[in-house]
Design a binder for this molecule. Structure first.
Ligand code: C2E
Ligand code: CA
Ligand code: CA
Length: 657
């Protein structure tokens, strides 16, 4: 039979060791809540010490000799002191976990109760010291036997008073802490209390101390679990907005996978593109504040079964119930945020939103697929479809798939050299001589010649257009070189460069390198660029044109009159040639013709060469001639033709009409 006293003493020792080990673990663990970790370490050391002193007391209890007497006295003193000291440390811990910090400053919540708890604890410790010499709480007789003193219960009442204060704080602010943290803290009140009742019944065993130590164990475990949860939360949370991030979103979908309710939700990807202009205008800190303010106000819209996350930059994702969709979309279409700029001024800004929506179907199991559908719808909304909100439908999905297949085919075609330049002559309508040509891309796919209308807009979207333009430049230089070798008189050839290329500040340099390497004289190459307005400012285009000029190339503004930046572009940028858009030539209303006449006069007066495009009829040539425009490019003279035909044209540069 195990003797119950020995078991108790062994338990004290092991529990004490456990507390010390916990203290070491706690001190070594690098957690975010640094202050809480320090206090938990201290609590474990104190609990370890408390039980160790208890242990010594039992070991030396009733043994004769000076050593036993010393241990009995000092152990008892320490046990009583520690019990009071716990009140202070627990009080500090409580403030840290509830309010984030502990201080005696005026703005510290529960300041009065904290002070009271400290006072009670200090008074308690002073009484312990007095008792040590007067025997108020306990006495130790000549046989080194422990006896409760007449005022032992005062020490218990003091501990209870402190605990009552801690209890009142805990109850008042229970909503500010998580449920498990609340229960762990509550154990500090309940376990010693239960211990005390046991102690009353079974005098001789220190159940109250064990209660304190067990509660410290619970606080330690809760702290570790809480820290781990916070690490996981931090991995799932975007720090700028406090919303879940992409991982959090994936996990939400994974958690709900297979639940029938998932199909009652829709995923909305949306983009607040104005955030970048707020960043530019007011600085990134203001931008972050706006994001945070938006996230905060928007979050309130959602119920518990819904989800809102911040993916990156200005992109958000919401997973909402389908019946909630119209309301959320309405809010998104007229979004306003209030914020304070860096100078402290209050501002309100409208935030236009582009959004892609995917309504989840019962068979949708893959989180990544679901997000991709919504993201693709957003891509469509941003691709300038004219609709800021795009719903992902079966048809749209099919057309996107089709587009992707075509994109892949085009890319492969580019790799396999399936593209080739066709040349459309430019003719001087007065001398009736060939005076230039425009190179136009054709895709020779499995023997079929495909026109640019079927591939240029797709290439423009994924920027492979830049590869095509460089590819064309090389091919054209190769053609010109071979014509030169044949001793032909080659007129200048113009080449189209998509505005997408303007993102590359070294564009002119790259063109120069390719042309120089091929040995083609630079005056034979002219670069055409369209005038339409887009994200590239006029200054970027001007820099490119100036760079070309410095390097000895001519440039022309293509499709003049079709965009809406015409005049501004002409004023700012020194092109050599203006190509008048086919749309202008086609119209023959007197008002349009008057405008055309004036455009030609104006362009000539600032030294531009005029090329009229898309001319199909003789009367158009006549009208243009009467306005002073001589150079004509159009079906009237020639259609775009392959290089072999172009060689013949160069050899016979005279036209009959
Ligand atoms: P663009 O630069 O305005 O080229 C003139 C277009 O008008 C050519 O169409 C040409 O075939 C057509 N055209 C010329 N004369 C007439 C006419 O009398 N009547 C009619 N109806 N059309 C005429 P194409 O070859 O289909 O090229 C279309 C557009 O594709 C070009 O318009 C250009 O913007 C783009 N493009 C073609 N090749 C390239 C290239 O290598 N790079 C880039 N970036 N764009 C290219
Ligand atoms: Ca052109
Ligand atoms: Ca054109």
């Amino acid at each position: 039979m195990v003797d119950i006293l020995s078991a108790h003493v062994a338990f004290l020792l092991f529990e004490s060791i456990f507390c010390f080990i916990s203290a070491i673990l706690c001190a070594l663990k690098n957690s975010q809540e640094k202050k809480a970790r320090v206090v938990i370490t201290l609590l474990n050391i104190m609990a370890g010490a408390l039980l160790l002193f208890d242990f010594f007391e039992y070991i030396f209890h009733g043994r004769p000799g000076a050593l036993a007497s010393f241990v009995m006295y000092s152990s008892n003193l320490m046990v009583f002191l520690l019990c009071d000291l716990f009140l202070i440390v627990i009080c500090i811990y409580l403030s840290i976990v509830i309010f984030g910090e502990f201080s005696f400053k005026k703005d510290q919540p529960c300041r009065k109760r904290n002070i009271l708890c400290f006072l009670i604890s200090i008074i308690g410790m002073l009484l312990v010291l007095i008792s040590h010499f007067t025997g108020l709480y306990y006495t130790i007789d000549g046989m080194n036997q422990y006896h409760r003193g007449d005022y032992f219960y005062v020490s218990v009442i003091i501990a209870m008073l402190g605990m009552a204060i801690i209890f009142s704080i805990l109850i008042q602010y229970r909503k500010k802490i998580k449920k498990y943290r609340f229960l762990a803290l509550l154990s500090y009140i309940l376990l010693p209390l239960i211990g005390f009742i046991f102690q009353l019944l079974f005098f001789g065993f220190t159940y109250m101390d064990i209660g304190i130590a067990l509660s410290v164990n619970i606080l330690f475990v809760e702290n570790i679990v809480y820290q781990n949860k916070r690490i996981i939360m931090a991995e799932r949370t975007d720090i700028r907005t406090g919303l879940a991030n992409e991982q959090g979103c994936m996990e939400w979908l994974e958690e709900h996978k297979g639940h029938p309710e998932l199909a009652e939700h829709a995923v909305v990807f949306f983009d607040i593109s104005r955030i970048s202009s707020i960043n530019r205008k007011y600085g990134p800190e203001t931008g972050n504040r706006v994001l945070k303010a938006f996230a905060g106000s928007f979050k309130e819209e959602f119920s518990k079964e819904e989800f809102i996350g911040h993916l990156h930059g200005d992109q958000f994702v919401a997973i909402i119930r389908k019946e909630h969709l119209p309301e959320v979309m309405k809010k998104l279409s007229d979004l306003k945020v209030k914020f304070t700029d860096d100078t402290g001024r209050d501002r309100e800004s409208r935030l236009p939103v582009t959004a892609g929506v995917y309504e989840i179907k019962p068979g949708d199991f893959n989180a990544e697929d679901i997000l991709t559908y919504a993201a693709t719808a957003l891509e469509q909304a941003k691709a300038g479809t004219g609709h800021p909100i795009v719903y992902m439908t079966k048809e749209l999905m099919d057309s996107i798939e089709e587009k992707k297949r075509l994109e892949a085919k085009i890319r492969k075609g580019l790799e396999n050299g399936e593209f080739e330049p066709y040349y459309q002559p430019k003719v001087n309508s007065r001398t009736k001589l060939l005076c230039g040509a425009e190179a136009l891309a054709r895709w020779n796919h499995k023997g079929e010649i495909i026109n640019p209308n079927d591939f240029i807009h797709i290439m423009e979207m994924n920027e492979s257009i830049c590869d095509l333009d460089m590819y064309m430049l090389r091919a054209i230089c190769k053609d010109i070189s071979s014509w030169k070798e044949q001793g032909l008189q080659i007129p200048p050839i113009s080449i189209n460069f998509s505005r997408r290329n303007l993102a590359d500040p070294d564009l002119a340099k790259k063109i120069d390198e390719i042309v120089t390497e091929s040995g083609v004289p630079k005056e034979l190459i002219e670069i055409e660029i369209t005038e339409t307005t887009d994200e590239f400012s006029i200054s970027v285009m001007k820099e490119f044109v100036d760079d070309l000029r410095r390097r000895g190339f001519c440039s022309s503004i293509d499709d003049f009159g079709s965009g809406n930046a015409s005049m501004a572009v002409l004023r700012e940028i020194s092109f050599d040639t203006m190509k008048i858009d086919k749309g202008f030539i086609d119209r023959d209303f007197s008002k349009d013709l008057t405008i055309l006449n004036h455009i030609i006069k104006m362009a000539q007066s600032i030294g531009l060469t005029i090329v009229a495009e898309g001319v199909e009829q003789e009367n158009q040539v006549k009208t243009l001639n009467s306005f002073g425009a001589e150079i004509i490019q159009g079906f009237y003279y020639d259609r775009p033709m392959p290089k072999d035909q172009m060689i013949e044209r160069i050899k016979n540069p005279r036209y009959d009409k």
